[in-house]
Structures are given as structure tokens and as C-alpha cells.
Design a binder for this molecule. Structure first.
Ligand SMILES: [Ca+2]
Ligand SMILES: [Ca+2]
Ligand SMILES: [Ca+2]
Length: 456
């Protein structure tokens, strides 16, 4: 008996020591950013992999159909295949803006980019608290049009450059964009609002959609009760399918509730294909589009396949997780309060019907909530509960592979940041304290923080 007690005591000591050892700043599973749906691709295909496990053969079939559709170039009707482009459009394919399922390219000085468009509107709210259309232009500027019609306008960017210094004296430069709407097909009314939107990676969306509403709401702190300067607010948006207000998760202002509605809106607004969720051409109510034909151009089955594709794009694994500098950078990420918005870890809901998404620990580094990011980032165009200064915390998973996938590291809602450091330096509002702490860091701390971010 005594021997047994000693033995158990010994085991207890050994196992608690082992526990001690794993409670360093490294969690065993954090390598697997997408839980079981993590892939180990680090090259240009890092954002383009299918869920590796637990997909039914029907789901795989739909994923593949959606995959092909994502690359498809749509053309003007009538045509035997892939018809329905326009009359107004931004691009001919999803992949034109989501290069390799990632970001497109940000516009250069004086020019424009397909992957960045303007959402537009006028002050006020529609019946559901959403943005009002800009008469003659709708909710988005489409610069392109099919034969015989005119694109709505050109959108060009101009940058001004601003210098700053870190506390250690190291200089940096930021570029501030301003946009012009040139050659509109009809004059623009006086008090229009616009919001620039740069494309984003589309992997991991199914997992983000599978986080319970309750989890998101738990992280809200509307009145900043803990007095840390950070509030966090869920957006509530009009859910067309459910015909009620539900939490928004997708888009830079979390203005879209589900993957399906995001995909349907992209087909309709960006490419010009009507579908059962958005049955009218995007040129509805415009003078040059009288008597347009609003028959459904994208079948329900193709729309569902496209949503299945987006839901089941896997998450790339982290790299160098046990590197001491990366671990130090992770501590700095916590110390600088980045984790308060870019919440590292979530768990997805239990989902018997879709086991591939069920009950997974994932590391997206977002709260999917809205935050006041200060006047420098403000677009001043509200979207439901998202005010002019508010943006959704974007997920940071995969950010370190941006260069490998898209050959650039342009970030933020308008692509103004040319690297991760600039993205941090633009933080303001609720994230002011984080920015100040970043500017105070020594060069080696900044390097460690960036190494950590590049390991995501
Ligand atoms: Ca069309
Ligand atoms: Ca439009
Ligand atoms: Ca707070």
C-alpha cells in the first residue's frame, strides 16, 4: 500500500512537472490553426486547399464544382455556358479579385485596381437599418459594363506620404490614400458616402461561420465595463434568408451574416449574376437599364456549390511555432493588448449535420466584432451598427503567407499598409494603446512581434 502511494505520488509529481513544461508560451495544438481542417502547404497554394478530413463525397463534389466556378470567366448572355456577366460589373471572375483565394493587388498612385472597389450610398438608413443606395449607382461602383452600356465611374487612388518615428528614433513612412470617382456616367449627387474595400483571403470561412453567436456576444463589452479602452460590438444585419436581423460576420464591417449570402452578393454585385437571393440585376432602377431581364442567371445548385467551396477551404498551419523569438513575439502580442481584439482561440459549435466543422479549436486571431479604429481609418459610411469609424477585427491566420500566395503584403480595408508594421501603425481609436506600445518597443521586440505575426 505504502509503495503504491509512493508510486502514485511519484507519478503525480512527474505528470505535474510535465504539465509545467507545456505551460510555457506554446500550446500543443496552436500549430493547427484550423483544428482538424489544417493543411501544411506553405507555397502559393496555401490558401487553396480543401478540408483534409470528414467531408462527405457529396460535399467534396460540390467543393470541386465551386472551385471551378471560382475560376470561371463569365461572359455576356446569351452564351451556351457561363453567361450572365453584367450589365454592370467589377470583374469577370471571383479569382480576378481573390488571387489564389487570397488578396488581389492594391492600386498604385494615380491608378485603380479591380480588387478594390467603392461601396457607396447616401446618409440615412433603409427599413432594416442598412445603408441607403446612391441613386443611379446602387450600393457599389461598377466601373465596367457589357457591350452597349457604360460603366458607372472610374475609381482612382492618390497617396500622400507621412513620416513618423518609433521611440528609438527609427523612421517610418505611411501612405494615406484618397479616392476620386472619375468620369461618372451621370453626375454624382452632392452628399454621397463611399467606403473603399480591398479583397481578402476566403479560406477558413466555414469555421468562422461555425463559431456560436453566444461566443461572439460573450466578448462584447459595449460600455467598456473593464475600463481598458476597448469595447467590441457585434454587428446585426438583415439576413435575407431568415428574414430577420442576425449577427454579421463577413466583410470589413461585418455587414454580411453568412457565407451563402456573401457569395450570392459577390455574384450579383461584383460579377453581375442574378441568383435566388439577389434576383435583380445590380443595375436595377438605373436609366440605362430600363426593361432589363431579371431572370435568374446562376442556378441554386451552383450557388450552393460555390458556398460549399468557400466553407470548406482549409486553414494553413503555423510555421516556426517553437522558435524562441516567435514565442517571445507572441508574448509581446499579448502584452501590447493585440489579443483583446485579435482573440487567438475559439471553439466551433457542435454540429452533427456537418461534422467537418464541428467542435474544433481554431486560432483565427479575431473576435469578429466592431471596433472604433479612429479617424485615420474611418470611411464615414455606416453599415448597420458599424459606424463610420468602426471596422471588424480581421482574422490574422495565414497573414504570414501573404507574400508566398499573393506576392505582396498589402493590408487593411483599403490596402494602404504595405507591410504588417504599417498596418499596426495605422491602428487608432480603441487600438491606440496597442499602437503606442508598439512604437515604444525596441527594435528587437518589434522584430520578434513581426516574426510571430509572420508565423501565423
Ligand atoms: Ca447579369
Ligand atoms: Ca452600382
Ligand atoms: Ca473593455
Amino acid at each position: 500500500m505504502q509503495i503504491l502511494i509512493v508510486l502514485f505520488g511519484f507519478i503525480w509529481i512527474v505528470s505535474s512537472c510535465k504539465k509545467e513544461a507545456t505551460v510555457t508560451n506554446y500550446e500543443e495544438q496552436e500549430l493547427l490553426a484550423g483544428g482538424i481542417q489544417t493543411v501544411f502547404e506553405t507555397g502559393s497554394g496555401a490558401y487553396s486547399q480543401t478540408f483534409p478530413v470528414k467531408l462527405s463525397s457529396i460535399a467534396i463534389e460540390n467543393h470541386d464544382i465551386g472551385d471551378a466556378l471560382f475560376e470561371t470567366t463569365f461572359i455576356t448572355a446569351p452564351a451556351p455556358k457561363n453567361e450572365g456577366l453584367g450589365p454592370l460589373y467589377n470583374a469577370v471572375a471571383c479569382a480576378s479579385c481573390h488571387n489564389k483565394d487570397g488578396r488581389g493587388s492594391a492600386p498604385e498612385e494615380g491608378g485603380h485596381s479591380t480588387s478594390l472597389f467603392l461601396k457607396v450610398g447616401i446618409p440615412g438608413e433603409d427599413a432594416h437599418g442598412g445603408p441607403l443606395e446612391l441613386p443611379g449607382f446602387g450600393v457599389q461602383i461598377q466601373p465596367k459594363a457589357t457591350f452597349g452600356k457604360q460603366g458607372e465611374a472610374e475609381v482612382n487612388v492618390h497617396y500622400t506620404y507621412e513620416k513618423g518615428t518609433f521611440e528609438d528614433g527609427t523612421a517610418y513612412e505611411l501612405r494615406r490614400p484618397s479616392f476620386t470617382i472619375d468620369n461618372p456616367y451621370i453626375p454624382l449627387s452632392g452628399n454621397y458616402l463611399y467606403s473603399p474595400r480591398f479583397s481578402r483571403p476566403v479560406f477558413g470561412m466555414g469555421l468562422l461561420e461555425a463559431i456560436a453567436d453566444a461566443t461572439l456576444l460573450m466578448n462584447e463589452d459595449l460600455n467598456d465595463f473593464d475600463n481598458d479602452g476597448i469595447s467590441g460590438k457585434a454587428n446585426y444585419v438583415w439576413n435575407i434568408q431568415e428574414q430577420k436581423m442576425t449577427i454579421g460576420r463577413l466583410g470589413w464591417k461585418a455587414g454580411v451574416p453568412t457565407v451563402l449570402q456573401q457569395v450570392a452578393a459577390a455574384f450579383n454585385q461584383d460579377i453581375g449574376l442574378t441568383n435566388f437571393i439577389f434576383p435583380y440585376e445590380n443595375s436595377i432602377n438605373q436609366i440605362q437599364s430600363e426593361k432589363q431581364n431579371n431572370r435568374v442567371e446562376l442556378s441554386d445548385s451552383l450557388l450552393y456549390a460555390s458556398a460549399m467551396y468557400i466553407r470548406t477551404l482549409a486553414v494553413p498551419a503555423r510555421r516556426n511555432v517553437q522558435d524562441p523569438e516567435v514565442i517571445r513575439g507572441k508574448q509581446l502580442f499579448t502584452d501590447a493588448a493585440c489579443v483583446k481584439c485579435h482573440i487567438p482561440k475559439h471553439k466551433t459549435k457542435v454540429n452533427m449535420v456537418f461534422p467537418a466543422l464541428s467542435n474544433q479549436t481554431i486560432y483565427p486571431y479575431t473576435d469578429l466584432l466592431l471596433h472604433d479604429m479612429g479617424p485615420n481609418l474611418a470611411d464615414n459610411r455606416p453599415e448597420y451598427l458599424a459606424e463610420g469609424v468602426e471596422w471588424r477585427t480581421p482574422p490574422l491566420w495565414g497573414i504570414g503567407l501573404s507574400q508566398a500566395v499573393n506576392n505582396h503584403s498589402h493590408f487593411l480595408h483599403d490596402g494602404r499598409a504595405r507591410n504588417i508594421s504599417e498596418a499596426i501603425l495605422w491602428h487608432g481609436g480603441e487600438a491606440s494603446q496597442s499602437k503606442i506600445l508598439y512604437k515604444k518597443m525596441s527594435i528587437s521586440d518589434r522584430k520578434a512581434l513581426l516574426r510571430f505575426l509572420n508565423s501565423l
